[in-house]
Design a protein around this ligand. Structure first.
Ligand SMILES: [Zn+2]
Length: 232
């Protein structure tokens, strides 16, 4: 009997731990990972920028293929490089909120601290673009009950991903591209980062390969048919 109880407790604990660490489980917050679509639309997303060196290079690649993407920006970087936020917007890409600090201890934030992270970043983007983002992506894809409570107040749409090639880890650009091409299906949201030098060779191979497979790369706003900015 005791064994059974311990077993059940263990199972509950494992479920909870996986819920915290895997955004795709929709455990504490309901996140959007893909769209149901009859077309071949997909959305490329770039996290953790803007970066003074790599974001402009990513923009050049996207422009070359006439592609619109979504950038989940860290508030403190947006505050340092407002001209890059303006440039993203000017080129019809979408800017989303990815917290202010992206601190490694962010999972331990209380509701109040989460609210600060989210509202500070909204504030920087609003000051720069005159628009407040509606899309939020949790750093590390981690969701906690405290974040869920904060998001209930801020009313953001939570954007996850379905394809994650781990492009910031020590993998070659060929490996990263292969993973994406193998996994991507119509309607998918793909997680990339505009913060490392490999993103350029990745995009040089990936964008023509996705085009060749007849994928139509659009913003998350167009993919899921929801406004990227708040209307009030
Ligand atoms: Zn991130």
């Amino acid at each position: 009997m005791t064994g059974l109880i311990i077993g059940l407790l263990l199972a509950a604990f494992v479920t909870l731990a996986l819920g915290v660490f895997n955004i795709q489980w929709n455990f504490f917050v309901k996140a959007i990972h893909r769209a149901t679509t009859s077309t071949r639309q997909i959305a490329l997303t770039f996290d953790d920028g803007p970066h003074p060196t790599y974001t402009p290079q990513v923009l050049t690649q996207l422009e070359k293929y006439g592609i619109q993407a979504t950038f989940f920006c860290i508030g403190k970087h947006a505050a340092t490089y407002p001209h890059l936020i303006k440039e993203l917007h000017r080129r019809d890409h979408v800017v989303g909120n990815h917290s202010f600090t992206h601190a490694s201890t962010i999972d331990f934030h209380t509701r109040t601290k989460w609210l600060m992270e989210i509202q500070q970043t909204d504030g920087v983007i609003e000051q720069t673009l005159g628009k407040r983002p509606r899309f939020f992506r949790p750093p590390y894809g981690v969701t906690t009950p405290h974040l869920a409570k904060a998001l209930k107040e801020t009313n953001h749409a939570i954007i996850g991903w379905r394809v994650r090639p781990y492009d910031t880890l020590n993998r070659s650009s060929e490996q990263i591209v292969r993973t994406i091409l193998r996994k991507t299906k119509p309607g998918d949201i793909i997680l990339l980062h505009d913060t490392h030098e490999r993103i350029v060779p990745v995009l040089e191979q990936l964008l023509p390969a996705l085009k060749h497979r007849k994928f139509d790369m659009v913003t998350v706003e167009n993919l899921i048919q929801q406004d990227a900015y708040k209307q009030d």
